[in-house]
Design a protein around this ligand. Structure first.
Ligand code: SF4
Length: 333
């Protein structure tokens, strides 16, 4: 039977987002479910009581070790609550200078890697004796074949780090990945598929299943790429055409010829759209955010396919004159 991982997502900051970094793939800061300040002890206890595993993770959200001097009391209270339930703990962080303060309190620390963190490891490594250290790296949102080519580099990275390296599928990736194809064959390198996160339990302001609070990008793209009323343009199409050249996109730009696309995105993917240009003007512009951590969607609502084509293939989009649609072309522009 599948036993879901249990993770407490923290954000110690009473207002805003408690992390010094600004990673392009971080979607948590806009989540309406993110706590502001520590969760109540009772809520933590109730959540832990449901955990079928022997360990629980404290993670971001924001960073669990953010401004540790200010937030130590809240973190220690959470750690003590978990201890009374007899569970082991893992903390995921990038606040590398504060890791040593967890000695004797938690069993495992997972260091989330970026270039800045990498540069600091040797300076702090000696302070971590007694802690089980693991490293995790969020993979770029690239197709499986490209990731497969990168595996020798990840093997070298693991060798340099010396500890176990977990490669995490990028939650924003729109490319399907077969975990067996990504596997390096080495026990020291693991792979965490998005599926595992979507099937896990999380405590934010309240408990959730992963799929309730994390957007699964695959089904959205399948829907949009097969809808005859949706045309995708901008950064996502560049990413689809050349993911290695355009590995990131900030949002999803759409032109739609029918309101059913907005309805579908609201109903199935928890988006809420708001009109951003005055009523009575044409075309209609909308911006949508989902209550699940994921990318915003910008929509231009036009009446016809011809209008959709005109919108993209005009002088304004000098560089970006490309759109993706699944409708038969009735009339070329
Ligand atoms: S370090 Fe983590 S919490 Fe902070 S911005 Fe990056 S992904 Fe988000």
């Amino acid at each position: 039977m599948h036993k879901p991982n249990h993770t407490i997502i923290v954000n110690w900051k009473k207002r805003g987002f408690g992390c010094e970094k600004n990673c392009t793939y971080c979607n948590w800061r806009s989540s309406p479910h993110l706590p502001n300040g520590a969760q109540e002890q009772d809520a933590v206890s109730n959540f832990i009581a449901q955990c079928p595993k022997s360990f629980i993770t404290i993670s971001g959200g924001a960073d669990p070790l953010y401004k540790i001097e200010e937030n130590r009391a809240a973190l220690l209270m959470m750690i003590d609550t978990i201890k009374t339930h007899g569970l082991n703990m893992r903390v995921i962080t990038r606040e590398i200078a504060s890791i040593a303060s967890l000695k004797g309190r938690v069993q495992q620390v997972s260091i989330s890697l970026d270039s800045d963190v990498m540069n600091q490891i040797e300076r702090h490594r000696a302070d971590w004796r007694g802690l089980e250290i693991e490293y995790s790296l969020v993979l770029p949102p690239l197709p499986q074949t490209t990731l497969h080519q990168l595996m020798p580099q990840y093997a070298q990275l693991q060798h340099k780090l010396g500890g176990r390296l977990l490669l995490r599928e990028n939650l924003n990736s729109i490319h399907p990945i077969d975990p067996h194809e990504i596997s390096s064959g080495q026990r020291s390198i693991g792979f965490v598929p998005n599926k595992l996160c979507l099937e896990s339990r999380y405590l934010l302001k309240q408990p959730f299943w992963g799929h309730e609070i994390i957007q699964d990008m695959g089904p959205i793209m399948i829907y949009l790429m097969s809808s005859p009323s949706a045309y995708i343009f901008g950064g996502v199409v560049n990413h689809l055409l050349a993911p290695e050249v355009h590995p990131e996109f900030q949002d999803i730009d759409l032109i739609v010829t029918h309101d059913s696309v907005l309805d579908m995105l609201e109903k199935n993917f928890a988006y809420q759209f708001r009109r951003v240009n005055p009523i009575g003007t044409h075309p209609r512009y909308y911006i949508g955010n989902s209550t699940r951590a994921g990318k915003p969607i910008q929509i231009v609502r036009v009446k016809t396919q011809e209008e959709a084509f005109r919108f993209v293939f005009n002088a304004q989009y000098d560089v970006d004159r490309v759109l993706y649609g699944n409708a038969p072309i009735f009339r070329a522009c």
